[in-house]
Design a protein around this ligand. Structure first.
Ligand SMILES: C[S@@+](CC[C@H](N)C(=O)[O-])C[C@H]1O[C@@H](n2cnc3c(N)ncnc32)[C@H](O)[C@@H]1O
Length: 227
């Protein structure tokens, strides 16, 4: 199992449903300013945002590098694939990467990723993504939590150092025979400065808004057009 698949298994125990819905509201209101008929959700997770947009008549495609996430999307009848964004065909009116997706990549990976996003856009398309602020990493994300559910136990231990957040996930899942299976892996998230995005060759940062998802000014929403 990959570390992204372990995240997929553990996500429902993190208590982020309310924050996720609040983030979707923000994306939805930003997209209202544009005529969006087609949407590509990169890092679509279990497809919550695509479900919302589809119900508003927008044709959605989702990609995610976790096959477990993609399977959950497909089980709900959504069009999702476990492929790299560079392998997606065509262009879209809007592309989104919601809830930390850009932070999952280091600078080199992010450069390649943003190039691929630009290739899925035409001159009128919009790309919206969010990133964690330094404050969001240092004061909100760092720390430990645990969740003891009936048949599952999750512990999360996150340390922020040298602009990287290392989050160790330990999940115990109860089997039919009453024994538990233990899964453990680490996800690294990278802090990125706004200057990095301003300098991108193919994408032009047209707007940014720092806002509070959990705490004071922990996230920044970035809105891009193609250069
Ligand atoms: C915090 S989750 C957010 C999921 C979803 N956007 C949501 O709002 O519920 C981040 C997602 O990004 C995916 N991911 C990380 N790096 C990715 C990449 N390079 N390309 C596509 N998906 C990626 C992970 O598998 C995970 O599903």
């Amino acid at each position: 199992m990959t570390n992204l698949d372990l995240y997929a298994k553990a996500e429902h125990l993190l208590g982020i449903e309310e924050a996720t819905e609040a983030l979707y509201d923000l994306y939805r209101s930003e997209l209202d300013d544009y005529k969006v008929k087609t949407l590509l959700d990169v890092g679509c997770g279990r497809g919550g945002f695509m479900r919302r947009m589809e119900s508003d008549g927008v044709k959605c495609k989702g990609v995610d590098l976790s096959s477990l996430m993609v399977q959950e999307c497909r089980d709900q009848g959504l069009d999702a694939e476990c492929i790299d964004v560079k392998d997606v065909a065509g262009t879209y009116d809007a592309v989104v990467s919601i809830f930390d997706v850009l932070n999952f990549m280091n600078t080199q990976e992010l450069e390649v990723f943003l190039d691929a996003i630009a290739d899925k856009m035409d001159e009128n398309s919009i790309f919206i993504a969010d990133i964690n602020t330094l404050y969001g990493f240092q004061d909100v994300a760092e720390g430990t939590m645990s969740n003891d559910a009936d048949d599952e136990f999750l512990s999360v231990d996150a340390v922020f150092e040298d602009n990287e957040l290392h989050t160790k996930f330990t999940l115990f899942e109860k089997n039919d025979d009453g024994c538990y299976t233990k899964y453990q892996d680490t996800i690294v998230q990278y802090f990125h400065k706004i200057e990095f995005f301003k300098k991108h060759k193919k994408l032009k940062l047209i707007d940014k808004q720092t806002f509070s998802l959990y705490d004071v000014e922990d996230k920044t929403l970035l809105i891009f057009k193609k250069r």
